[in-house]
Design a protein around this ligand. Sequence first.
Ligand code: ZN
Length: 511
Amino acid sequence: MRLPAFALTLIAAATLVGIPGCGEGGAEPTTGPETGARADQASGPSRPPSERPVAKVAVIGIDGATFSVIEPLIAAGRLPNIAALMERGAAMVLRSSEESDSSPVLWNTIVTGTGMATHGIIGFTRRTDTEVDGEVLSSYGIFTSQDRKVPALWNMVTSRGAFVGVLGIWNTWPAESVAGYMVTDRFAHTLWEDTSERRALAQTTNAGVTWPAELAGLVSAQVRPPEAVRREDLEQLGAFTDAEWDVIVHSGEDGDVQVGNGLRALRFGYQAQESVGGASVTLLDELEQPDLFITFLELPDRVGHHFWHAYRPDEVRGGAEQVEAGWRERWGEVLPRAYEVTDRWVGEIVSRLDPSTTILLVSDHGMQSSGSPGGRLDQLSRMAHSGKHSKDGILIAAGPAIVSGARTEATLLDVAPTVLAAMGLPGSRQFEGRILHELLDKGHLRRFPPGPAQSEAELERRAVEHTEGLDDAYMEQLRAMGYTGAAGEDVWDNRADAPDAPDPAGEPRDG
Ligand SMILES: [Zn+2]
């Protein structure tokens, strides 16, 4: 494989962290002197060279993916890549957490194998109280990787002598020094707000957006700024009038944070997913596939929240006649088409993975009707959330570690233990879930024996510079999505058993 000249700096950096160059076959287990040599070159946390064979695993996270949408679309032949994985592998509900419905909490549970009391990411924003002249002032910021109290899969893979690549997962900024690479959540999300100063800040300082820092040079061309969204791209989802397109491109420019703007959510959700999808494909093309590859696609969640009533008007409280005429005709296809776009990314990623890779498609929760009829068709910048999270997420698994057609009861807590077992790496004593043994092929486990669970070393801690401006941009977008209030306080209350969804014309928060 040829590497473009601009990648040379990166490759130098990659050699330092132990990613071999391209072109090595991945089908055979890596073991013995080669693995030792790779580990010896690694910088970052010191770790013993791996003596064991390591099997490749890839986790593709799809925020809010739900079988109630996937199954009918597969029946209609519209999600060929997800269908292919289900056909050759196993598919089952992944039960979400009872303790929260907040995506940062749930994704941190997935990657640490622990509940939020253990991992410490308890919502969208963290409150800091400072006392000034006897008065307590509260300020809010986004949880960072430094707030996570326990190691995540990437730390565990590193300490076990294997290699990892991570993209887009919530609260991964600032990037941790892993054996391999990280592209944090801020890669796409710091660019949510359209000011050139902020963007320049993100690009010139790097500011912990990737590990190693030089990786930014390889993936920065994949960033899709929200204001650069192309009409022909978004028209894959639906047809817009010129006035609607104007709302998509220009709303919020005056600094007004519009809560519940479904059209604007399309623009940010689409561009963020394109950014992370593009970076995923670039890294799989340019660098050898790491032992564990994790990436994140977010469009189904954004679209599900805003367009559920148009897709399934019959699920609205009081019946389909509560939904204003025209919603289904004009916007009923937005959600299915968002899944089609996401399915294409799944195909792009899977086609680049070595055939020896075991692939897991996981969602942090499912999606269902909130009961709300969505709002007025002539006020698309002010929509209620007509979709809300459900407890039934998805787990689709395929590849050499998986028993085809297997099924079991699985929860978010079981993902991390199962990933390490499928890789043939020791589990962790911190895990609060179980290895999903019913899914794992016994022959594979004999070839890649995980060995006994081990304790984790303390996480490296460093001072985090909260770059002013970058935090602001992220916070404003969380507010626009209805996750936080005006001061940044966490107001998310989207429990499956939550009381009635806000009325489109009523409450200020449309979460
Ligand atoms: Zn959501």
